[in-house]
Design a protein. Structure first.
Length: 140
């Protein structure tokens, strides 16, 4: 199979196999007006299998959402066909409008204009709590 190289854009690498479509949806990549390639189950010496997403344009990414979904993802920035930067993700300390609070009495449930804010309270296994009502939310 042949997938063209990118001249200017981003490559999301080291995505856990099977998670590419979840990331595609979370980042709303379907709304882009550029070429986006989702490559699933690529052979990897390090991971066995992995997914990749190639975006043929420089766009802003929600690094917090990506770090929450899979902190092992690396983002390669490509300019004029050459990787100029490699970004490593980490588990974000704070998430804004990435998760939704499940507590029906939380202010974020009744007041739609209030941001959904979650704070990391434990890294292993990852656990977030709502900043308003302290309701817990496990990482994916």
């Amino acid at each position: 199979m042949n997938i063209d190289s990118i001249t200017n854009g981003l490559v999301l690498d080291h995505i856990q196999a099977g998670r590419a479509m979840q990331i595609y949806a979370a980042l709303r990549l379907d709304e882009l007006d550029c070429v986006v390639a989702v490559i699933k189950n690529v052979k990897s010496r390090k991971m066995g299998k992995k997914d990749l997403i190639k975006i043929d344009e420089m766009i802003g990414l929600d690094l917090d959402a990506l770090g929450f979904i899979d902190q092992n993802i690396t983002i390669n920035v490509i300019r004029e066909g050459v990787r100029v930067e490699k970004k490593q993700l980490r588990l974000p300390e704070k998430l804004v409008n990435v998760l939704r609070c499940k507590n029906p009495r939380c202010i974020t449930t009744t007041e739609q204009e209030v941001d959904q804010v979650f704070r990391l309270v434990r890294e292993t296994p990852p656990l977030y709590r709502c900043a308003y009502c302290e309701t817990a939310c496990q990482n994916l």
